[in-house]
Design a protein around this ligand. Structure first.
Ligand SMILES: Cc1cc2nc3c(=O)[nH]c(=O)nc-3n(C[C@H](O)[C@H](O)[C@H](O)COP(=O)(O)OP(=O)(O)OC[C@H]3O[C@@H](n4cnc5c(N)ncnc54)[C@H](O)[C@@H]3O)c2cc1C
Length: 488
């Protein structure tokens, strides 16, 4: 007999809070039965951007020794480790794993449509992410839709208008960045530490219950094998969440995708990525309002201003080159970047403003973006090539698309792969084409000799590189987003 489709509320057994022992903790506060979900969520993610930055400065990577690896805090360790670990259980309509752009977008949209949404985020608080921090024009209407745009502007992001590409042989291509059809133009430089917290806060304000320092352990499945929640690890112990639908938004190395059997390890020539913030010094003169991408044999390094007078320097480097160069992350980045004279000049006297963060491997592959009771969003569904500068917009957009599909599925009570298949179709039509172009162009970036031959030709025909850059972006039609209604 086929397994029946589940209906909203079917899994809504009352949450068991009797084992909750430490309500003072943020994660625990959000679970207290007498605290309204909205207030509890605010407590968990209700920092203003400036306070978020301040608290991170005390406890974040900038406070740690330069070059030290960043550790991901795990539940059950740290100050609470001596507490007795407990098991808790609760129920919700939707469990979102991961509080990056994709997770916050999906969670906020679903909460705004009246669903009970729990978001589990592994990090304890604001922290740096490996990212070029180039916020494309396409992302801005999405931030507005999610209620995060005003706070992003308050942070005074850097304004970016042009992109400059250089090769090791000294060739150069300068392109005006694609604008919105409205002419609202360009892009912003905004740190992920600030952006991600702003988005989480906006989701919390829309009613999402945010659990920090809470890590996905494994999917829970019903008798039919359908995803029906997850086991999470918190500072207090284990939390079993029953959910009608799970959304995996835990980034490129998604544990949710792995557990669901949707992940394929990448093979071939793997890359790592390193990001460092530098103080804006003399070496970065002339970088105002532009992003530079300097190619070197074995990768490329991007540079651009972000808020607060800092310069984001992010490199994508062949893993075998990084191994050969040796040393810590900062040393590898500096040595690799010195393969391009323009980058070498920029970084000659640059002073790091904090510790580097790194990522390996960049490449991941997926079988599919959904299965019974489960949707994958953002990088968890498909990794966006870093250079396109549209990964954040794609993550936000996929979260919005997933929320729209999930809403219909929850309303009709069909959360099977068939009931969720509209999401796959949306991805195929709207996300796949720009991702395919980005993937192709990225191959060119990894071949600086070929790029060096092409750049002078492209420089003479500015419409062509503009068209190519535009093709890597999510397509706006008439300045508005297709199929993303503000209201249900
Ligand atoms: C070098 C580099 C440069 C880039 N530059 C740009 C750029 O300039 N502009 C741009 O638009 N895009 C850029 N991108 C792409 C962009 O960073 C990603 O596409 C985007 O971050 C995807 O968002 P996400 O929400 O899907 O995932 P993420 O941002 O990775 O968020 C995942 C979240 O899940 C949490 N998490 C992970 N595991 C667990 C777990 N087990 N349990 C609970 N929570 C978990 C993480 O803490 C994190 O908060 C770049 C990428 C790289 C690698």
């Amino acid at each position: 007999m086929p397994c029946p489709a589940r209906h909203p509320g079917e899994r809504s057994t009352p949450a068991s809070h009797s084992l909750l022992e430490h309500p003072g903790d943020l994660a625990a506060t959000a679970l207290q039965p007498h605290v309204p979900a909205r207030r509890a969520a605010l407590g968990a993610a209700g920092l203003s951007p400036s306070r978020a930055e301040g608290s991170a400065a005390r406890s974040g990577p900038h406070g740690s020794p330069r070059g030290a690896p960043l550790s991901v805090p795990a539940g059950g360790s740290g100050p609470g480790a001596e507490r007795r670990l407990v098991s808790q259980r609760l129920a919700t309509d939707v469990l979102v794993v991961g509080g990056g752009p994709a997770g916050s977008a999906a969670a906020g949209e679903l909460a705004a449509r009246g669903h009970r949404v729990l978001l589990a985020e592994a990090s304890r608080g604001p922290r740096h992410r490996v990212c070029g921090e180039f916020l494309s024009a396409e992302a801005l209407p999405l931030l507005e839709q999610l209620g995060a745009l005003p706070a992003a502007w308050v942070a005074a992001p850097a304004l970016l208008e042009r992109a400059v590409f250089t090769t090791p042989s000294g060739r150069k291509l300068e392109v005006k960045l694609p604008e919105l059809p409205s002419g609202a133009g360009g892009a912003l430089g905004l740190s992920r530490r600030l952006l991600d917290e702003t988005l989480l806060k906006a989701a919390a304000l829309r009613g999402v219950q945010v659990l920090r320092n809470t890590r996905f352990v494994a999917l829970r499945r019903d008798a039919c094998g359908t995803a029906a929640g997850a086991t999470l690890r918190t500072a207090e112990g284990t939390l079993a969440v029953d959910a009608a639908l799970v959304i995996g938004a835990d980034g490129r190395n998604s544990a949710v995708a792995r557990d669901a059997g949707l992940d394929r390890p990448a093979r071939g020539n793997l890359h790592c990525a390193i990001k460092v913030h530098f103080d804006a010094g003399a070496g970065f003169d002339g970088l105002e309002r532009r992003v530079e991408i300097h190619l070197f044999p074995g990768g490329y390094v991007g540079m651009q201003p972000v808020e607060g007078g800092r310069i984001n320097v992010s490199a994508v480097i062949e893993a075998r080159l990084a191994r050969r160069l040796g040393g810590g992350s900062l040393a590898i980045l500096m040595r690799a970047a010195s393969g391009n004279p323009a980058a070498r000049l920029r970084l000659r006297e640059a002073r790091p403003a904090g510790a580097p963060v790194s990522l390996y491997p960049l490449e991941r592959r997926r079988w599919a973006s959904l299965s019974d009771g489960l949707l994958l969003v953002g990088d968890a569904a498909e990794v966006v090539p870093p250079f396109s500068g549209d990964g954040i917009a794609a993550a936000l957009y996929s979260g919005i698309l997933a929320a729209r599909t999930a809403h219909t599925a929850l309303e009709t009570g069909d959360v099977t792969a068939g009931g969720l298949s509209g999401y796959r179709e949306w991805r195929r039509r709207q996300l796949a084409p720009p991702l395919a172009v980005s993937g192709l162009l990225e191959h060119l970036l990894y071949r600086p000799t070929l790029a060096g031959a092409l750049l002078p030709v492209l420089q003479r025909t500015p419409a062509v590189p503009q068209f190519l850059l535009r093709s890597t972006r999510l397509q706006l039609r008439g300045g508005t987003w297709p199929d993303t209604p503000r209201h249900r």
